[in-house]
Design a protein around this ligand. Structure first.
Ligand code: AMP
Ligand code: MG
Length: 415
């Protein structure tokens, strides 16, 4: 085959995102089950929120003109709990009112009960207002949050709990979302054993399997786990064919480097094509993107996407977050797929940078700076649990204590 040159991360990501085609199929889900799904149709409000003027405090509704100076005394003519509708308010009177209750016609302000003193009982309650009242005080106006007709959620939004709450606040019981992306995953390596099994000499536990499944499901995908696949061309090809049948994307770990035990790339070439391979980054160089034919379907548009991640657990974690995550999000119809990150202060020195762009596992300290994990090797999974995120360091870029660096927090990358 024609060996492609090593790509920069930006080139690789641009090519990957260009190949990510959003799923066309949508489905309707209860707003209760919207969390984590991607909105396919805008949510518009048919109503004002709040629907009518109401009070944000427990207290007294009144006409501000009746209390322009502290000390006004008004007769309490009615009582309006939340969920009821009061009578029009006559001049010189006040209404006892509770948070969320509608402002009665004629009233234009609310006085907090803490700024008043009520005396008397039954029909003869009088309230002294201990402040000068400003028109509009403690009133929440109709449509102040949302105006009838407004778009409250745009298509391509990933639904957070607060977005589901917002949809519910305009009365939406159901939402139209993109169907879940179907992702198949398998793990290559004759050395792999499962937790619960005894470790034979030379074996290691399959940590990638637990990490990848969580990452894939965390993005709202339906994940099929094909388990451990032995290091042979035939077995790799046969699982690829099986996985391509009914999945949008196949993700693998390991076996994608240059050794003769690395069968993933030749297997994908035999069952389809490799479009990108090897990216200039650390950790994670041996990343591959390609397509796998679906059994029985000959046209290219119906091929399954393939992404091969490196075997080293830190490399597969980092490349998943930086490449697979935006790819999956775009396939799910999400419009904003790349992390924003933030500038933070380095509280360490990094005098010997790599030629490749490097992603260091780092943690925020109490002084508002970043510390790095002492061992940045791609086999040290501990660093990913210790850390709060990744520092994105350009190639050949040394860092001095106090420099500002670009930090990608896990709170953003794992959302
Ligand atoms: P490979 O890319 O297959 O050469 O694997 C690179 C390194 O990652 C080797 O040390 C493997 O043993 C290790 N490795 C591969 N797959 C896994 C896995 N699923 N879980 C943990 N380590 C793995
Ligand atoms: Mg291997």
């Amino acid at each position: 085959m024609n060996k492609p040159a090593m790509l920069s991360m930006d080139e690789a990501l641009a090519a990957l995102l260009a190949a990510a085609v959003p799923v066309a199929e949508t489905e309707t889900v209860s707003t209760f089950h919207g969390h984590g799904r991607v909105l396919a149709r805008a949510v518009r409000s048919t109503l004002n929120v709040p629907p009518a003027d109401n009070t944000s405090m427990d207290g007294y509704a009144l006409r501000s003109a009746d209390a322009t100076a502290a000390g006004a005394v008004l007769r309490v003519a009615q009582r309006i709990p939340a969920g009821t509708v009061g009578a029009p308010l006559l001049p010189g009177t006040a209404a006892r009112i509770f948070t969320g209750a509608l402002i009665p016609q004629g009233a234009d302000a609310v006085v907090m009960q803490e700024s008043s003193k009520a005396e008397g009982a039954g029909d003869e309650i009088r309230v002294t207002i201990n402040e000068a009242v400003t028109p509009g005080q403690w009133v929440r106006y109709a449509g102040e949050d949302i105006k009838a007709g407004a778009e409250v959620l745009a298509p391509g939004a990933r639904l957070t709990p607060q977005a589901c709450g917002l949809a519910a606040s305009v009365g939406m019981a159901e939402l139209t979302v993109a169907r879940r992306l179907k992702v198949a995953v398998f793990f290559t390596g004759d050395e792999l054993a499962m937790p619960g099994e005894a470790l034979r000499p030379g074996a290691i536990y399959n940590s990638n399997r637990f990490m990848l499944r969580g990452l894939i499901e965390g993005l709202g995908c339906a994940c099929t786990d094909f388990g451990i696949v032995r290091d042979t061309l035939e077995e790799t090809r046969s699982v690829l064919r099986e996985a391509a049948r009914d999945h949008d994307l196949i993700i693998t770990t390991g076996g994608v480097s240059v050794g003769e035990e690395d069968h993933v790339r030749p297997a994908v070439e035999a069952e389809g094509e490799i479009k990108l391979w090897q990216i200039s980054m650390k950790p994670g160089k041996p990343l591959a993107y390609g397509k796998v034919r679906r059994p029985g379907a000959e046209n290219a548009s119906s091929m399954a996407n393939f992404i091969g991640l490196p075997g080293n657990p830190v490399s597969s974690f980092v490349t998943f977050l930086l490449f697979v995550r935006p790819f999956i999000l775009k396939c799910q119809g999400v419009t904003k797929v790349e992390p924003k990150g933030l500038q933070m202060r380095a509280d360490f020195d990094w005098p010997k940078p790599d030629r490749r762009r490097e992603f260091m596992r780092a943690r925020m300290n109490a002084e508002g700076g970043l510390d790095i994990f002492p061992n940045q090797s791609s086999g040290v999974l501990t660093s990913t649990v210790w850390g709060d995120g990744l520092i994105d360091t350009p190639s050949n870029h040394s860092i001095k204590r106090g420099d500002m660096v670009h930090f990608l927090p896990f709170s953003e990358l794992l959302a």
